[in-house]
Write a protein that binds this ligand. Sequence first.
Ligand SMILES: [Zn+2]
Length: 286
Amino acid sequence: MRAFTKKSIKDLLQYEPEKKLIHQIVYNIGRNGYPTFEDWFDKKQKLNIDKIFDCNSGVKFDWSEFGNFSKATSYIDFISPSNRFMNSEEDIIDREKRRIPRIVDGGSITLGSFRRMNSPSIITLYLDNIQISFWTIIFKLICGKKYKFTQEKIEELAKLAIYKTLFHELFHLFIDAQSYLSEHFKYNFEIDETLAVAFSRIQIGYETKNHSFISDYLDLAYSYTSDGYKDWVNYKGEEQFIHKLIEYIAIDKNLIDLGQEVTPIVEGLLYSIIENPNTEVNILHS
Ligand SMILES: [Zn+2]
């Protein structure tokens, strides 16, 4: 599989440049009138959590003091999503399940969501939720693994926190588009989420260098426990992922029986749809 081009990510985030999103998550900059986190870092640009977090009793502040009114309190709220919108009326009418639901990953506690194509599709990133998920993972790493984080490392991880959700929702967009191409496709919630998580993790792999603080961060961020999501570990290898994807999008078996190699076709489809997404990225708070 290929990595996304930087240009395609930049184009997607055009109205909210990546740096601005990182600054909001890491320093709380850009939230009018609310205090920033800049004093969480010392003069040597090292993170010092003494004033904000206690390894035994948890956070020493209320997120709302910083203008974050999310209902979530921890990254755990996002690895066991149980409050998803299930079938809307419209989806019940679609008994054949020829299309994905109108909104995927919706619900009150979510990092992102995808609304299927309706000129265009919409990917929403919920920045307050991403901020809470992000910082509670950082606190856990500091307490459990004794990491000392610099601003540079924290910013690097915050970028991955944004990409993680963006890649996940882009996979739903791919499935939305290909449902118009494959006559035999049937939406399956669990397989869809399994592959969305696996796709996100594989793509994040292209963005990261081999550092233990990064792999420890990602291990927590991807430690899903709910049905569907948690099965991504079976498809973290690219080969397993593509194989399952070929099966899911239901490429006509006759083509395979004729001896045509379909892996490059599916990889090409995946890449070309995601590099040319008919979508808008919307940034919301909680
Ligand atoms: Zn999803």
